[in-house]
Design a protein around this ligand. Structure first.
Ligand code: PXG
Length: 289
């Protein structure tokens, strides 16, 4: 079925949803985006996603040509127009149409694109058995290069790490920062469990400040789990009891092997299972966080 796409000021048919070849989003990856889930018709953590989008844009001196309120309404309108029950939203703001040349100030106005569609999920088996990952050799963006908290249209840093994973026949790679500390996976945040304590790298280690990460932390605290944010090394990942990833697409997924080392007993551990279950219940409105 053809989708209705939000383009700039309103909905258009999918085939009419076109962007100029002079848009700096295409020419330079100059823009920001969000990936957002819809569960049972309700947009998940929309306020947090809108806030992060505006902060990413601010860091890039990109003016979003809508207010937070009108953009929120546009997202809701697009979801309803496409009858999305369980699905996925891609919200994009490009720098807009300009001349050839890097100067972003030749672009008069940013373009807003909202796509509400179904989502491609990892197979259920991967959640039950857990996934294998590798350590990427590609280092996460230095904070003085492209700040890792900015969810920009330039994902090449993470794409290079993803290619390493796929070349090694695993779905994901762990990225480390320029100091050798764990940053994140290519599109997910990282947690580990050791002696029943949950550890996460601090955002300053070079990750996106994940919205799923924040929800999982809240849920874990409510379960009485201790959560410690501290720098983690590759060694910490090798000797932990449980390892899991969080993200909009993956939700909570266990990792059972890294760089050929088996984690814990090689199955998805009890705290990972608990948090996945709690997350599912929260996302489907059966639980508060
Ligand atoms: N790190 C990075 C680099 C990400 O891109 C996350 C962590 C997790 O953040 P959230 O807020 O989602 O919990 C992301 C999110 C996709 C896709 O299509 C990627 C993300 C989200 C949704 C879809 O690959 N990345």
């Amino acid at each position: 079925m053809a989708l209705k796409i939000w383009l700039d000021t309103g909905l258009v048919d999918e085939k009419e949803a076109r962007i100029s070849v002079f848009d700096h989003g295409l020419l330079y990856g100059d823009g920001v985006f969000e990936g957002i889930r819809v569960y049972r018709g309700k947009v998940f953590e929309l306020e947090a996603h809108i806030r992060r989008l505006f902060e990413s844009a601010r860091a890039l001196r990109l003016t979003i040509p809508m207010t937070k309120e009108t953009l929120t309404d546009a997202v809701e309108t697009t979801v309803r127009a496409n009858n999305v029950g369980d699905g996925y939203i891609r919200l994009i703001v490009t720098r807009g149409v300009g001349t050839l040349g890097l100067n972003p100030f030749t672009c008069e106005k940013g373009n807003v694109i909202i796509i509400a569609d179904t989502i491609q999920l990892y197979p259920q088996e991967l959640y039950e058995k857990g996934m294998k990952v590798i350590s990427a050799t590609t280092v996460r963006n230095h904070p003085l290069a492209l700040p890792p908290q900015v969810k920009s249209l330039n994902y090449l840093n993470n794409i290079l790490a993803k290619i390493e994973a796929l070349d090694n026949d695993v779905p994901e790679a762990i990225m480390y920062n320029h100091e050798g500390y764990v940053a994140e996976a290519t599109g997910d945040n990282v947690f580990l469990v050791k002696n029943s304590v949950v550890y996460a790298p601090p955002v300053e280690a070079g990750s996106l400040e994940g919205i799923t990460r924040a929800v999982v932390m809240r849920l874990a605290r409510r379960e009485g789990l201790d959560i410690v944010e501290k720098n983690l090394t590759r060694y910490d990942l090798y000797v932990c009891d449980e390892l899991f990833l969080t993200g909009t697409a993956a939700e909570v997924i266990g990792v059972v092997q890294i760089d050929g080392r088996v984690i814990g007993d090689g199955t998805v551990g009890p705290i990972t299972r608990l948090l996945r279950e709690k997350f599912f219940r929260y996302a489907h409105g059966k639980e508060q966080a």
